[in-house]
Ligand binder design. Sequence first.
Ligand code: HEC
Length: 466
Amino acid sequence: MLNVLIYAVLGFILVMLTVITYQFNSIHKLSENSTVDYKNKLGLSQGFVYTAIVLIILMLVAFSWLLVKGTPWEGHLMEWLNIIVRLMHITFGIAWIGASFYFVFLENALNRTDNVREELAGNLWAVHGGGFYYLEKYKVAPKTIPKNLHWFKYEAYFTWISGFSLLFVVYYFNAKAMLIDTNVLSMGSATAITIGVGSFAVAWLLYDLLCKSPLIKKPILFTVIGFLLAVGFAFFYSHVFSARAAYIHFGAMLGSLMVGNVFFVIIPSQKAMVKAAQLGEPLDPALGKKSLARSLHNNYFTLPVLFVMISNHFPSTFGNAYSWAVLAAITLGTAGIKHYLNLKEKGRYNVYVLPLSVLILLAASFITAPQKNTDACATTVSFAQVNAIIIARCITCHSSRPTDDVYTAPPNGVVYDSPQDIVKLKDKIMQRVVITKTMPQNNKTNITPQERDLIRCWIEQGASIK
Ligand code: HEC
């Protein structure tokens, strides 16, 4: 019965999607073949179609969730949601960050002196793919605004929307397991989610205030204060959320500033510039400057945000006792590397920026290196002792049939069903249980320091299963 219902709903939604995409394509064909300006009419129907698609997708998700809630398929649905939203997130993110890199490169590499017409700021020749490209940047605006003007905004918006959705899929729908670590701070799911989402708004308000203050004219001071503010957020997150969630929130916070820059500053001033140019009114040069500054900030945020996006794979970073300081160092080092690249594109070869940034990153790797535990192991630890610990503390999640309330399938496919399974993964166990102490997850099963030490001794003594 349940199966029939699921397929009926899926079938209905697929038919609806087909009808809508057909409509959508024919609207586009219409506009391509005609000389009439369909722009405005298109705007409305396009908006309608987009909204319909989004609503249908949300319906699909909600229906499917209601149908499989409490069954073994719930985890499966979540996994596929995760796959789809994550793929969307990185795809839009690549488009956005790629455009950011490209335009900052353009700005830096423009030829501003050689044979440049009076109305231009500069030009640039490039060869890519199948041919040669020639670009010109205007000082202010061309005399007439061309009909086909490409905007760069949807990459940014969709990156943020998909990222925000991913935050829900991974962290908020599962706040008890993923977001909250009672060893850090004990709180309810609703509170934790409110803090997470609220922090993005607070960060934006503070950052925007900083940008509008006279400090914006003092780049070094601005950078120092901005950086300290970011470190403050890293510190705050690491004292309210689980370590992984703290890192992700730091990245999501920076990402929100980036999209805020696009939405609240860059696009509105671009619109104002276009409008002024169309009306033949003088352009306010402050608008362009403001936008440029914000897009440059975004450019510096990119590498730190990219690190956060992959940080979950690296427990030695977020698992450190001073995870926020590690994050601060990596943020500084990666932004420094971006700074070096930007300087280089401008033809300014700075000697200190790159070595200093690399030094900071090396320092981060140095302080996160495992401490040699010199405590001698009092006795030879037997496999039976270790197995008992694994059974008590790990297999609720890591077995082929987990009994944990959240994980209905073994996380990352890691199972400890047999002695061989344990020995095979001894290095990872050392890393996660002894060195970074990031397993058991949020120490849900209350492993004790003595037990961690027994595991260490067993591995150091050769991890024998005899
Ligand atoms: C509450 C559930 C839970 C418990 C209990 C738990 N884990 Fe995990 N474990 C996870 C999750 C979720 C992941 C995947 C996410 C991650 O890597 O942090 C994971 C990942 C791992 C990994 C990394 C696998 C990889 O592919 O990199 C190792 C190793 C590991 N756990 C070992 C252990 C050991 C050893 C114990 C017991 C001392 C344990 N876990 C207890 C949930 C749990």
